[in-house]
Design a binder for this molecule. Structure first.
Ligand SMILES: Cc1cc2nc3c(=O)[nH]c(=O)nc-3n(C[C@H](O)[C@H](O)[C@H](O)COP(=O)(O)OP(=O)(O)OC[C@H]3O[C@@H](n4cnc5c(N)ncnc54)[C@H](O)[C@@H]3O)c2cc1C
Length: 464
């Protein structure tokens, strides 16, 4: 198909050229197809292509480049600022590409990037195996992997990218390239944390770990300042088999939460001990001792079972901020309680993730995720319904983050919203940014892949 720069796209020609579905504005499912996880994002792409295979991906990348169209790349659609849907451009939707080849003996799996983390986790879990992603099964393996991947196995086995062995990536020139430690090693370094800046990953090869039974699940405690800072202290002192995600929030009216606690401040903690069951129970005991648990669903279960079922059609509007801190002391815990109580949002939450362990043992310059030594990640979020309340909730999130933040820098790119260029740079501290910009110049000099936390190509030094 011939396309001149700036030309509009011929939908019939595109339909004839690709194997996957092409969804245009007058198709019945166009509105559903342009909907992403977060609500309040109302962008109207010219066309959505549900790629069927890498050749479709390559075709769409070349089309976007030649027609000079904005290109959004979508795996699971969970970008915090809706970066996987374009207004007026092309959406390359990978969600139909779900092939998974599991090598049980070799402990590896090739996974196409349309898989959600839940689909992958269930499929490999059937063999008693796992690769760590995040805490939510509907997140796509595409976005979470390219940004880093912090979840239930982070302290035991590291980030998702620490288990990434290879990838197939379509770069801006439309070429499908193998990317691993030997082949295109610069690109392999960059895609492990650099997000969607370098091309479209069509599939990943992951290492699999034997994670059959874990001691895990949900533990809900009343959220006093003492419980909050003691929880964090226990999580730091715990063996690294244990990773925890503590959500300090008002108790939702869920059937398993006794009614007298609804609307009260709780610590809803998600726990996962990947190791021996008895040792796991011993590791959980100090948390159970912090206060009388309101809900205790922690116990031996298969790894996929620790993921909570999700509500279909849940599209909250979110005001979020993320940061790393060195400690949660009494004062910070009191600040957390005060800010959560002051929120008027449908749901206000401060999420505390104690890091360390295996993810911290990887050198900072080994991948593009360069926050290895950070101790605790804090995400604050107001989830709300009415878009007209945006200013109130954004101001609350910004104030809350400023009150909790300690040294003021650093952010994990996958928890970054639309906060401007300076914050995008904070995701890539030290020399990381310059190294990424140089690789970007090599593989995407026109910045085709710019609908992301963008790393513009380095300006070439003409003297060399
Ligand atoms: C409810 C919720 C829970 C979360 N929990 C965690 C967690 O526990 N741990 C964690 O680390 N993160 C977590 N995240 C953050 C999550 O990792 C990011 O939002 C991630 O970008 C989502 O990936 P996705 O494929 O679903 O998103 P998408 O919106 O589809 O993609 C996000 C961006 O990634 C890029 N991208 C996606 N797929 C590809 C691809 N195949 N090739 C090239 N670029 C691609 C694109 O730039 C795109 O704009 C969570 C997010 C949400 C909303």
């Amino acid at each position: 198909m011939q396309v001149r720069s700036g030309t509009t796209i011929s939908i019939p020609e595109l339909r004839a050229a690709v194997n996957g579905r092409v969804i245009a504005p007058d198709d019945a499912d166009y509105d559903k197809a342009r909907t992403v996880f977060y609500g309040g994002i109302d962008r109207r792409p010219t066309v959505i292509v549900r790629a069927a295979d890498p050749s479709d991906v390559s075709h769409v990348v070349s089309l976007a480049r030649e027609a000079n169209q904005e290109l959004a790349v979508r795996s699971g659609g969970h970008s915090l600022s809706g970066l996987s849907v374009s207004d007026g451009g092309i959406v390359l939707d990978l969600s139909e590409m779900k092939e998974l080849q599991i090598d049980v003996e070799g402990r590896t799996a090739w996974a196409e990037t349309g898989l959600t983390t839940g689909e992958y986790t269930n499929a490999v879990g059937a063999h008693g195996l796992a690769t760590g992603f995040g805490d939510t099964g509907s997140v796509g393996i595409g976005g979470i992997t390219l940004g880093g991947g912090v979840g239930f196995l982070a302290r035991k086995y590291g980030l998702t990218i620490d288990d990434l062995l290879a990838a197939d990536v379509v770069t801006a020139d439309g070429q499908l390239r193998r990317v691993d430690a030997e082949t295109n090693p610069d690109l392999f370094w960059a895609i492990r944390g650099g997000g969607g800046n370098f091309g479209v990953a069509t599939r990943f090869q992951f290492r699999l770990h034997e994670v059959d039974t874990v001691v895990g699940g949900m533990l809900i405690l009343p959220a006093t300042p003492e419980v909050i800072y003691s929880f964090v202290a226990e999580a730091e002192a715990a063996p690294e088999e244990l990773s925890t995600i503590a959500n300090v929030m008002t108790a939702p009216p869920m059937p398993f939460v006794p009614e007298e606690h609804h609307g009260k401040l709780i610590v809803m903690a998600l726990m996962a001990y990947a190791g021996d069951t008895d040792q796991g129970q011993r590791a959980i005991a100090p948390f159970r001792g912090l206060a009388t648990p309101i809900v205790d669903m922690v116990g031996p279960k298969s790894y996929p079972e620790i993921f909570f079922p999700e509500e279909e059609g849940f599209h909250p509007v979110g005001a979020t901020r993320s940061m790393f801190v060195d400690a949660i002391d009494r004062h910070t815990a009191e600040t957390i309680v005060d800010h959560l109580q002051a929120s008027s949002a449908m749901m206000a939450v401060a999420q505390l993730r104690v890091l360390g362990g295996a993810m911290a043992r990887v050198p900072n310059d080994a991948t593009a995720f360069a926050h290895r030594g950070r101790r605790i990640m804090v995400n604050v979020a107001a989830l709300y319904e009415r878009l007209e309340d945006k200013d109130v909730h954004e101001a609350w999130a910004a104030d809350f983050a400023a009150a909790v933040r300690q040294d003021g820098t650093g952010v994990y790119v996958n928890f970054l919203g639309d906060e401007g260029e300076a914050r995008d740079r904070e995701a890539y501290p030290g020399k990381t940014w310059d190294r990424l910009a140089a690789i970007k110049q090599r593989y995407d000099p026109t910045n085709l892949f710019r609908l992301n936390h963008n790393i513009p190509p380095a300006i070439e030094d003409s003297t060399h």
